[in-house]
Design a protein around this ligand. Structure first.
Ligand code: GDP
Ligand code: IMO
Ligand code: MG
Length: 428
């Protein structure tokens, strides 16, 4: 049975957590394939709200097994905290959460180096989440990383950590003028972590491939968004992994032909946290209104999110890269009180109009959005659960997006809660 992949189509925070939680009801396994605790995926039902950073958003469906794949960088402290929180809520985790033995670990020096590097970059800072993500992926590709499997052998762990710290301390001290770290304290902490994480570690690739053979249904959960992809995003203002569809294969170890659905999560407008170009940004009162209406503050860092109009040029580009087969359009309710809504359908670049998303930063920074203005519906649609109940203008807005991208929208989200969702009939 094939794999469905859920992918952020913009700069993250599109509402992936909500949609994955919802779709988990009909699958056997939910698997995270990249990123780390930089992600903040929010899940709401009733009066409860939870934010997950590393554990897949299927964990609150009791019959679902959750996998943290080899492509994820694991912060031991964060994952154990999360497991504790989920257990405290009354959910079984042991036996339902599997962590790849090949996943790389975030070490204390990754956060230190990131902090020092961001300070050193000064005005050119990326505005990272400070979770050590970039430096951990650097070590992975430099072949100096520490993997989960290394926890199993104390001698190997000590040797790797000593070697890594020798280099990192020298960089911290001599390049960034920052404090050095102590190896013994660090080893002690990770040995303690080994005791706690042991029951969850396994060969998740073998597990997933066996499950696929047996006909189990897998939902792959992406973190971040396509425009933060290290290859396809707005480099260097990106994260250090591949949220786009290819990341699913390398981050889980599953064959591409097993993927038959690629679901793009599209927020009905745009947001971005951190620095970097954002052509449709509303750096004014209209942007402030969107932020207030959509409660646009980071789920991981609490930072205010930059807000702007929907950018269909960027979306057509991310749809092309990922091959979206369907869309879930979220936060439509946030646009409730507008009399008109703008959507960007082209860029003006050096006096010429284009629908191509520029691949280099300096060109993108010069892109001036060309807008079409659509009528708003100017009434509250929060919590609506049927397509027919939506005002005609809201349906037209959805159709405009699907038509432009040539991809059907199968889910429309009208509020943060599980139940505040419209499932379009042609997909039921
Ligand atoms: P993710 O990182 O893609 O999982 O998204 P986040 O959880 O970081 O941010 C999405 C925010 O919007 C969360 O606070 C969600 O509870 C909320 N949310 C999701 N869908 C909707 C929706 O349709 N309407 C409203 N008003 N809020 C939503
Ligand atoms: P979810 O999964 C939004 C952004 C950071 C920064 C850049 C690099 O919740 O959608 P990093 O710490 O990854 O090195 O930071 O990426 N960023 C996110 N923005 N949502 C996320 O995750 C993000 N994860 C990273 O703000 O601009
Ligand atoms: Mg988020």
């Amino acid at each position: 049975m094939p794999i469905s992949v859920v992918i952020g189509s913009q700069w993250g925070d599109e509402g992936k957590g909500k949609i994955v939680d919802l779709l988990s009801e009909n699958v056997d396994i939910v698997a995270r394939y990249q990123g780390g605790a930089n992600a903040g995926h929010t899940i709401c039902w009733g009066d409860e709200t939870f934010v997950l950073h590393l554990v897949p958003s299927g964990i609150f469906q009791k019959d679902v097994t959750c996998v943290i794949g080899n492509g994820v960088v694991i912060d031991p402290v964060a994952v154990m905290e999360e497991i504790r929180m989920i257990k405290d809520l009354g959910y079984d985790v042991e036996g339902r959460l599997l962590i790849s033995h090949n996943a790389h670990m975030i070490m204390p020096y990754h956060k230190k180096v990131e902090e020092a590097r961001e300070r050193w970059r000064d005005a050119g800072a990326i505005g990272t989440t400070g979770r050590g993500i970039g430096p951990a992926y650097v070590d992975k590709f430099a072949r100096t990383g520490v993997r989960v499997v290394d926890l199993l052998d104390r001698d190997v762990l000590r040797r790797k950590m000593e070697l890594a710290l020798e280099e990192k301390n020298s960089i911290l001290k001599n390049v960034y003028g920052a404090d050095e770290l102590d190896v013994d304290a660090m080893i002690e902490e990770y040995v303690e972590f080994d005791k706690q994480i042991d029951p969850y570690i396994t060969d998740t690739t073998q597990y997933l491939c066996n499950a696929l053979k047996e006909g189990q249904r897998v939902l792959a959960e992406g973190a971040q968004g396509s425009l933060l992809d290290v290859d396809f995003g707005t480099y260097p203002f990106v994260t250090s992994s591949h949220p786009t569809v290819g990341g699913c294969c390398t981050g889980l170890g599953v064959p591409p032909m097993e993927i038959d659905r690629v679901i793009g999560i599209v927020k009905a407008y745009c947001t971005r946290v951190g620095n970097g170009p954002f052509p449709t940004e509303l750096d004014n009162a209209a942007g402030d209104e969107l932020r207030a209406a959509g409660h646009e503050f980071g789920a991981t860092t609490g930072r205010p999110r930059r807000c702007g109009w929907l950018d269909l040029v960027a979306l057509r580009y991310t749809s092309m890269i990922n091959g979206f087969t369907e869309l879930a359009i979220t936060k439509l309710d946030v646009l409730s009180n507008l009399t008109e809504i703008k959507v960007c359908t082209a860029y003006e670049l050096d006096g010429r109009r284009t629908q191509r998303f520029p691949s280099d930063l300096h060109t993108l920074e010069r892109a001036v959005p060309v807008y079409e203005t659509l009528p708003g519906w100017n009434r509250d649609i929060s919590g609506i659960t049927s397509y027919e109940q939506l005002p005609a203008e809201a349906r037209d807005y959805l159709d405009f997006i699907s038509h432009f991208l040539e991809v059907p929208s199968i889910i429309v989200s009208s509020g943060p809660k599980r139940e505040e969702t419209i499932l379009r009939s042609h997909t039921a």
